[in-house]
Write a protein that binds this ligand. Structure first.
Ligand code: MD6
Ligand code: FE
Length: 224
């Protein structure tokens, strides 16, 4: 039982580290619309538990939308234009999700964010994400934008070395994390999800991460 969940969430900006901010409650007003768009994607591309290169099955269930999707198997982690399960392109990224990601990036100081991939991760109680760096993208100059929906989770946020003890932040429905610049390669993860029942999502948390993969955006000059 979480006493905070009965209170309306107030927007607030929390600095996690240079380059990384938590925009609390940033997407609360549009959350139902964003969830509906996400569910429409998931009706076309089912969530699945991918294998890690080390041979483990991820407790988080994953799907993607956009020009590129994130995939993991025995060969490694990578981005692919086609869903390996169906051989078909990933569904397009819904406009409301692109707009939310662009607006949040700009709010955090990253203008002109043009995501190519949106990774959709679903957590049920007990699911977790081990400490990792997001480094499969060529464009490390672009930030990552992360939107949390549903049950709250404890986000672990460390430094650029795995050995640095991570800070813990509670990510709730409608929270957005924007992450780039000097924080782009920070180690991070998600603690095992606690049991709960969310008004819109039930026993689930969905996290969407928006990523720019290639460098630079086609048709735009490279910054020097
Ligand atoms: C999650 N997020 O919140 C997992 N990665 O469920 C991530 O792995 C993540 O939130 C890069 C930047 C922001 C994130
Ligand atoms: Fe990550």
């Amino acid at each position: 039982m979480d006493l905070f969940d009965d209170l309306p969430a107030l927007p607030e900006t929390v600095a996690l580290a240079p380059g990384a901010v938590l925009l609390r409650a940033y997407a609360c007003e549009q959350a139902a619309t964003l969830l509906q768009a996400t569910e429409a994607v998931l009706a076309q591309v089912p969530l699945r538990h991918m294998q890690t290169p080390g041979g483990h099955t991820m407790s988080v269930a994953t799907a993607s939308c956009g020009a590129l999707g994130w995939v993991s198997d025995a060969q490694g982690y990578r981005y692919a234009a086609h869903d390996p399960q169906s051989g078909r392109p990933w569904p397009a990224m819904p406009a409301c999700l692109v707009e939310l990601a662009q607006r949040a990036a700009a709010e955090a100081g990253y203008a002109d964010f043009q995501p190519e991939a949106c990774l959709i991760n679903q957590y049920v109680p007990g699911a977790k994400l081990s400490l990792h760096q997001d480094r499969d993208e060529k464009d490390l100059g672009a930030p990552i934008v992360s939107l949390s929906l549903g049950l709250p989770a404890i986000f672990l946020f460390g430094g650029s070395k795995r050995s640095q003890r991570p800070q813990r932040y509670r990510l709730a429905h409608g929270d957005v994390v924007v992450w780039g610049g000097p924080a782009r390669l920070a180690f991070h993860g998600v603690a095992p999800l606690e049991e709960g029942d969310h008004a819109l999502l039930g026993r689930r948390r969905i996290n969407l991460t928006f990523r720019r993969v290639r460098n630079p955006a086609p048709g735009r000059p490279k910054p020097d």
